[in-house]
Design a protein around this ligand. Structure first.
Ligand code: ZN
Length: 151
């Protein structure tokens, strides 16, 4: 019995500490554009190329005692971003983890809201702002296309 309890504890501890089952991801070009956007909204500058990207096959994964869909970890100044496969093309999730890397310490300071990189802000302010800018650009382009003196 004591042996079983000890085994269970060791397995739990290993599960808690070991990184999730994952494979290395060669970051798609889109990620660099998202990185630039995240640097711009936060006013922070980082180094995209130091990040190791890993994708886990599951919809959620367990890391440091929590079930998540994305995670940023740094060990001896070497950052790794884990993404659940299902969310590897989700701008909000990918950029949320990028912002963690730019900030460089754990936690969620107000910068996450400023960049609309939380669920709430992404679906309210982020989208509104996006639609507004998109509409403005469309309007501007149609005015420019008409050119001066059309009327
Ligand atoms: Zn976070």
């Amino acid at each position: 019995m004591r042996f079983l309890v000890l085994t269970f504890m060791l397995v739990s501890l290993a599960w808690f500490l070991l990184p999730p089952r994952s494979t290395v991801l060669d970051p798609p070009p889109q990620y660099r554009a998202w990185w630039a956007k995240t640097e711009a909204c936060s006013g922070l500058v980082g180094n995209f190329d130091t990040i190791t990207w890993r994708v886990t096959p599951d919809d959620h994964f367990y890391i440091a005692g929590r079930w998540v869909i994305g995670a940023w970890r740094t060990l001896l100044d070497h950052p790794t971003i884990y993404l659940a496969a299902k969310y590897q093309n989700s701008e909000m999730i990918v950029r949320h983890e990028m912002l963690h890397d730019l900030i460089g310490v754990p936690g969620h300071p107000p910068l996450f809201e400023q960049c609309y990189l939380t669920w709430n802000t992404w679906y309210t302010l982020g989208r509104l702002d996006y639609d507004y800018r998109y509409k403005r650009t469309q309007e501007q382009e149609s005015t420019e296309r008409q050119g001066p003196g059309t009327n």
